[in-house]
Design a protein around this ligand. Structure first.
Ligand code: BGC
Length: 854
């Protein structure tokens, strides 16, 4: 029996592989692959439509017609297209409790599955979600690299490795686009951290740029056939990415990308510069301050921007419209019906990404038949984080937290106790329907009303909670103020923080007493949506009481969108008591499961992390619990590596990442052994903040130098000879494996490592095999090792299976500063295969012969 997946399925340019020695001779360096070109009838339709437009009407199409929409041109049968975030769900134009979206595991968790088939299926779910929410373009995947664990959007990226990032991203794109919905790969390029994100100038060698940072984009264009791409905010080599020559070469001239390059939101900064570069669509729009529009028409008329440049942009936009069904007469494929309920797939995916870092075998898997009492502790046990912060956030229909999931799975015969142990919230949590009721109707939630310029009430609505946002809303555009009113039901004695987060003028009254009366400002154009400034007052309240909250937000007329959070934080004065109680519960249970994690202050768009430790007193909580219960299992609910200084003192550590709405159900599946923890680390997990390969994200005078060059992630750790807490590719399952042997064989012009593995444990399982190349004595600088292929094996207990890992010729190549292209270096390479970058027991050498090219 054999099973393999995760292969590169392109035709490889290898001419001859000597089966005995594994030597081969590349015919030439990796050839151009053409991405799927639009059909002839689409091209004809696009040309016909283009021919009907004059300059003004063409240029009008190149700026959005709203925050999430492109402009329509009914005369040529073009409707508006809707572009929405992405990538861990489809937000849609309206993303609140009235129109929820399926919440997927965060992209890091998807990459941790190393499972392209699964990710492609999730892409199919995104297509279904997109169509349900009338979205044509999903803004994702994000394939910037996990260069540093400090990066705020680490959770939104796949991996520190370009090959894994590209393959997982391409799989997602294939899944989305098979349903006639476009994916928009982002952020092109080197947008790997958030500090000074609108302006940072990233510098690196041309080789690192092409070989490492552009590589995932290339894979997603070539193998994923992506239909749209987003140009990033930052600069590379002194040029802001919306004006970058990289949008032309290699993107279009070498990789053959034929879709539109869309600016990140508000990233288009010039008329001529951006229009002369191969940027096609300035988002969002419209507005007098947008750099294209009339100014671009004038620039074309003055000969500063060629007419052909405008035509190229419109052509690409129309091709996208044809592909997604926005151009009359061309119907896109409909998303395939889902093979199962979204919840089933989301639960499978969440478990498939969870990484078991450590397991002494003492506590896991949990056996409900032998357990009487389990303590589920920690700040994220009940209110878990299912997703990271920022534009990737969706509003899910429901969330299953670890406590609820474990209670359901352990059943009525196991007592599950719970204590938060440590409190880690920093930002004001929005009030929910559980905390407030509408004073007019008594219904759960808030009453919201829109006030016009004459003080008249334009519109009223009942809302489920205090997180409120309206974009491109005609009622907001007519209003000058919004009021949110609700009665807070007090559940605990003590000092409550009550306040607001938003941008603009706010006045908050509690039973008529002013708590906030302020103008809140930010200089971040998206700050009002991402992490708006907060103001609050602390009010001492008594359990059982009620307080009427009245928030008024004033703004100037004709503003199409606004939003704010009305928040209440329960008393945080019980910290010591919380900790002592959790320790007592742990001591009194057979197993203690401590769910720890990050806050909204970290793992969020718009800012990088300040440190890598778990916030608050979580380390102390784990140490204290482990001291009283040898069966302590720690679940790390974070989007990026955190320091685990107690890691040798606990029975097991499971990284759940941000696993989406099915978190608790999937966690219970894994902890009870009903599913394997399928994940393997897609990044290196450092042990200390001052470990040598932990890179900073702080620019110096606006510049961020990628001095590591091609030695990113595990490559850098290997070069420094440093040992991390857990290596790239690491992850345990519920069984064990022996790597029996390997041979190298020719296959389809490619090179295959045929690996035999045996399941040496007592149950069936899945093993992720990884192949790494190395080149000891070449004339060209190379990483100590680099990932060249992967595949997974599944086998019954005791069974042996053979797995093929294809290593494409491209994996041997490097990008040459001299020739400006990929080259192959003849000579002897080592090929090592195993279960992580630090566990590679199978080893052979491979000869690459000269190509004969001069
Ligand atoms: C983010 C993008 C996102 C866009 C629209 C930007 O701030 O960088 O990833 O797609 O906003 O929400």
């Amino acid at each position: 029996m054999s099973q393999a997946n995760g292969h590169d399925d392109r035709t490889l340019p290898l001419s001859s592989v000597d089966e005995a020695s594994g030597a081969f001779e590349p015919l030439e360096t990796t050839p151009m692959h053409s991405p799927r070109a639009p059909d002839a009838h689409i091209l004809e339709r696009v040309e016909a439509a283009l021919a009907e437009l004059d300059l003004e009407r063409k240029v009008r199409l190149l700026t959005g017609s709203g925050f999430w929409r492109t402009a329509a041109e009914p005369a040529i049968g073009l409707r508006e297209m809707v572009l929405c975030d992405g990538p861990a769900g489809v937000r849609g134009e309206r993303f609140d409790e009235r129109e929820p979206s399926a919440s997927l595991p965060c992209p890091t968790a998807l990459a941790a599955s190393w499972d392209e088939d699964l990710v492609e299926r999730l892409g199919g779910l995104l297509a279904v979600e997109a169509r349900r929410k009338h979205v044509d373009v999903v803004l994702g995947p994000t394939v910037n690299l996990q260069r540093s664990p400090y990066a705020g959007r680490h959770f939104e990226c796949y991996s520190e490795d370009p090959l894994l990032s590209g393959r997982i991203g391409a799989a997602l794109v294939r899944g989305v686009q098979a349903g006639g919905v476009a994916a928009c790969v982002k952020h092109f390029t080197a947008n790997d951290s958030e500090t000074e994100r609108y302006s940072v100038d990233v510098r690196m060698s041309r080789r690192a740029l092409h070989e490492v940072h552009l590589a995932p984009f290339e894979e997603i264009v070539r193998a994923g056939g992506v239909w749209a791409l987003m140009a990033a905010y930052n600069s590379v080599d002194g040029v802001t990415m919306t004006e970058s020559p990289l949008l032309e070469t290699p993107l279009r001239t070498e990789w053959g990308f034929d879709g539109p390059a869309v600016s990140d939101w508000f990233a288009t900064r010039s008329t001529e510069g951006a229009a002369s570069a191969e940027l096609d669509l300035a988002m969002p729009g419209p507005g007098p301050d947008r750099p294209w529009g009339a100014a671009l028409v004038a620039a074309v008329r003055a000969g500063l921007v060629p007419r052909e440049a405008v035509d190229r942009k419109v052509r690409r936009l129309l091709s996208l419209a044809a592909r997604v069904g926005a151009l009359a007469g061309i119907a896109p494929p409909a998303p395939a019906p889902l093979a199962s309920e979204p919840a089933v797939l989301l639960r499978e995916a969440a478990a498939a990404g969870m990484v078991l870092l450590r397991d002494t075998g003492a506590a896991l898997p949990l056996d409900p038949g032998t357990l009487r009492r389990v303590a589920v502790l920690g700040p994220n046990a009940d209110t878990a984080r299912i997703q990271g912060g920022g534009s990737a956030t969706v509003v899910p229909p429901y969330t299953i937290g670890p406590l609820a999931g474990l209670r359901a799975a352990l059943g009525p015969d196991v007592e599950v106790t719970h204590g938060v142990g440590a409190r880690i919230r920093h930002r004001l949590p929005a009030v929910t329907g559980a905390d407030v009721h509408d004073p007019k109707t008594g219904e759960r939630g808030l009453w919201v009303r829109f006030i016009g310029p004459g003080g008249e009430v334009l519109h009223e609505e009942a809302r489920g909670g205090g997180r409120l946002l309206w974009l491109d809303d005609p009622i907001v555009a007519r209003a000058v103020a919004i009021e949110a009113i609700g009665v807070l039901e007090v559940r605990e004695d003590g000092p409550h923080r009550i306040g607001v987060a938003g941008v603009g003028r706010f006045r908050l009254l509690a039973d008529g007493i002013p708590l906030v009366d302020d103008d809140l400002v930010t200089d971040d154009p998206l700050g009002g949506i991402l992490t708006p400034p907060e103001r609050w007052a602390v009010v001492d309240l008594k359990a059982g009481g009620e307080v009427e909250l009245h928030l008024r937000h004033d703004f100037e007329a004709e503003r199409p969108g606004t939003g704010f959070v009305l928040g209440v934080d329960r008393p945080a004065a019980h910290e010591n008591a919380d900790l002592e109680r959790a320790v007592a519960l742990a001591a009194d249970a057979e197993v203690a499961i401590v769910v720890v994690g990050s806050t909204e202050e970290s793992d969020s768009e718009g800012r990088d992390r300040a440190h890598l430790s778990l916030p608050g007193r979580q380390d102390e909580l784990i140490r204290r619990v482990a001291a009283v219960n040898p069966n302590t299992v720690v679940v790390v609910n974070a989007g990026s590596p955190v320091l685990l200084p107690w890691r040798e003192d606990v029975a097991a550590i499971l990284v759940s990442w941000f696993p989406g709405q099915e978190f608790g159900a999937a966690l219970a599946d894994v902890l009870l052994g009903r599913a394997e923890p399928g994940g393997r680390l897609p990044m290196t997990w450092p042990g200390r903040e001052d470990d040598p390969a932990v890179l900073s994200t702080i620019p110096t005078e606006g510049r961020l130098d990628y001095t590591e060059g091609i030695h990113l992630g595990y490559r850098g750790w290997a070069r420094a000879g440093a040992t991390p807490a857990y290596p790239f590719g690491h992850g345990l399952g519920w069984t064990t494996w022996e790597h029996v042997g390997m041979e190298t064989v020719a296959s389809d012009g490619g090179f295959v490592a045929r690996v035999t593995v045996r399941n040496t444990g007592a149950r069936a399982g899945r093993h992720v095999l990884q192949a790494y190349l190395g080149r000891g004595d070449g004339g060209v600088e190379r990483p100590v090792l680099w990932l060249a292929g992967h595949a997974s094996a599944t086998a019954a207990a005791g069974a042996e299976v053979i797995v093929d890992l294809r290593v494409p010729a491209r994996a041997f190549e490097y990008w040459s500063e001299e020739t400006g292209r990929r080259e192959s270096e003849p000579g002897t390479y080592t090929l090592r295969v195993g279960g992580s970058s630090a566990d590679l027991p199978l080893r052979t050498t491979v000869e690459v012969h000269p190509t004969g090219r001069s």
